[in-house]
Unconditional design. Structure first.
Length: 325
């Protein structure tokens, strides 16, 4: 029922006529500069609350090869990455926005309240781990982060990074996925895989390995050699060893002994190991790197810590770093 010139029009044909006219009027006066995400050409117009930001897929691909290495150069996919992750990660949608940010003059005053200055300007983390730390994208996993975390910001290592940013202005993170060290019959030959990252200097090195080791006959010796190798390359770094999330007799105690003898911090996970509330349920939704939600169905994924489990691990690490009390 539509009111028109103080008269009540009940005739269906007239209602349809006025509805169509109203719709055409709305479409005619709408701003034509707004482009839907699914109508991407070279650029995409993203409508924010009070402003419009131009998304340049070509710029984004050139500027962020790490994203392209994972997602490729599809414009729609890159746009979805920017919307879901890029903005919060501090990435720029186009060259103009990047130039604006570069032109901002930062006054040389005291750091932000709650942060501490660092000699080189940043706090640098290296995480060495298996799929609990990072798993590559595949048919049953949808983003390069700790498996079973519902999004990249929910896995333990990114939670640690976020926690450290409460104390330090800039926190950089490098991750080395080396599940091959666990499954190798000659683990010492796998150590060279760390060399590229170990050539850098880090303030913190986190070692999260062991869950995929089935033959523990040389595990303690191999793990000790691994820690030796890291310490030799990073003599000034704090090293944190994370205990097993999956239990196997003798494996966790070996890591704990090595950590104690090497002067490393040790994070014990026995309190959450096998506890249901720290594990994902079948059907859990994951926000993938493609900006879409996916459902966990594979049993091996369900063995990993969920968001609550990841938060527990992160908090225990932050406690060791005296970030949390």
């Amino acid at each position: 029922m539509i009111l028109f010139n103080n008269m009540t029009i009940r005739t269906k044909n007239k209602v349809l006529t006025y509805s169509v006219l109203a719709l055409l009027l709305i479409l005619f006066i709408m701003p034509v500069c707004t482009v839907k995400a699914d109508e991407l050409g070279r650029t995409t117009q993203e409508t924010a609350t009070n402003e419009e930001v131009l998304f340049d897929a070509a710029f984004y691909a050139t500027q962020y090869p790490d994203v392209v290495a994972v997602l490729g150069k599809d414009e729609q996919t890159l746009y979805q990455h920017y919307i879901n992750y890029g903005k919060t990660e501090g990435r720029f949608p186009n060259a103009e926005e990047a130039a604006k940010a570069a032109a901002v003059t930062v006054p040389s005053t005291a750091p932000v309240v709650g942060t501490e200055p660092l000699a080189d300007g940043s706090y640098d983390i290296l995480a060495i781990g298996n799929s609990i730390t990072v798993h590559p994208m595949c048919s049953y996993w949808w983003g390069p982060w700790g498996m079973a975390a519902s999004s990249i910001d929910k896995d333990y290592i990114h939670r640690v990074q976020a926690g450290l940013m409460q104390k330090y202005d800039v926190v950089n993170l490098d991750i080395v996925p080396v599940q091959s060290w666990e499954t190798s019959t000659a683990r010492s030959k796998q150590l060279k895989k760390f060399d590229e990252k170990l050539a850098n200097t880090y303030d913190l090195v986190i070692i999260q390995l062991g869950e995929n080791v089935s033959d523990t006959s040389t595990f303690k010796k191999d793990f000790n050699r691994l820690v030796d190798y890291v310490k030799a390359a990073q003599p000034d770094a704090k090293i944190v060893v994370i205990g097993d999330f999956w239990y196997r007799s003798g494996r966790d105690s070996a890591k704990k002994d090595v950590a104690a003898k090497q002067g490393c911090e040790y994070v014990d996970l026995s309190e959450i190991r096998g506890v249901k509330k720290y594990l994902p349920e079948k059907g859990t939704k994951i926000l993938g790197y493609d900006g879409k939600y996916h459902t966990i169905t594979k049993a091996s994924v369900l063995k990993h810590p969920n968001d609550l489990g990841m938060e527990y691990i992160a908090n225990k690490i932050l406690e060791k770093l005296q970030i949390l009390n």
